[in-house]
Ligand binder design. Structure first.
Ligand SMILES: [Zn+2]
Length: 241
């Protein structure tokens, strides 16, 4: 039914449309992923100003017409997350976070867990928390139907001798099973313990930088395998890490 609706959302990305408009992709609290047009946003005197930049949390009024795309009629900033945009590492981390949400979500599939996880990740990034990206990856994969086995071998269910992380098998693997997946990567006992902590505990788990990079890289492989598409921002984050 055509008409106006209210929601709140986090901007995932924007792309240019025509001379003055943008299509804004948001993850909203009530409606999941929504793509909507912000008319005139690229004009200097736009009423939207900088309110629809990626990462911004906004209160929205949206008009649902008969076409495929809705139209944003009003946007008010709840949290700008400027501190995520103004620091290179936070910016690339935030870009990886919103890209994964954008690619893992179907349009108009409401998910409170995804919304609160996304908000939590941006708040943790803004606060300068450690390991936000790998924690976000393993948590989001887990609640989105791609939960990785982390306590027993994903191939044969043995609980010990876990030496690898295998996208194709779906989690950690023993030395025998990891040979079945050429995409499997080595994982140390410390790396596995950290991964389990990142899944189970709140954002902000500390570790050394090389463990962070190894886990982020392993989870990138896992996410790309299961989504069957490249995650460019995550690749950039791993390459510059
Ligand atoms: Zn096994």
């Amino acid at each position: 039914m055509p008409g106006l609706y209210k929601d709140e959302g986090i901007v995932l990305k924007t792309i240019k449309l025509g001379e003055a408009d943008r299509i804004v992709t948001l993850f909203t609290r009530e409606n999941g992923k929504v793509r909507a047009v912000a008319k005139g946003i690229r004009k200097t005197k736009s009423r939207f100003g900088g309110r629809l930049e990626p990462f911004t949390r906004v209160d929205l009024m949206i008009y649902k017409g008969k076409g495929a795309l809705d139209t944003i009629t009003a946007a008010d900033i709840v949290t700008s997350f400027d501190s995520v945009r103004n620091d290179y590492l936070r910016l690339t981390s935030g870009a990886a976070v919103v890209e994964l949400v954008e690619k893992i979500s179907e349009e108009r599939e409401r998910s409170f867990p995804t919304y609160s996880l996304l908000l939590g990740a941006l708040e943790a990034l803004a606060a300068g928390g450690a390991n936000v990206v790998p924690a976000f990856l393993v948590k989001l994969l887990s609640i989105s139907g791609y939960h990785p086995h982390l306590t027993v071998c994903a191939g044969c269910s043995r609980p010990d001798g876990l030496v690898a992380f295998s996208p194709a098998l779906g989690g950690v693997a023993c030395d025998d099973c990891r040979r079945e997946d050429t995409g499997a990567v080595r994982i140390t006992p410390g790396g596995l313990a950290l991964l389990q902590r990142l899944l189970a505990d709140d954002f902000g788990q500390e570790s050394d930088a090389s463990s962070t990079l190894d886990l982020t890289s392993a989870l990138r492989g896992y996410a790309e395998y299961h989504l069957d598409r490249p995650l460019k921002s995550l690749r950039m984050l791993v390459a510059t890490g």
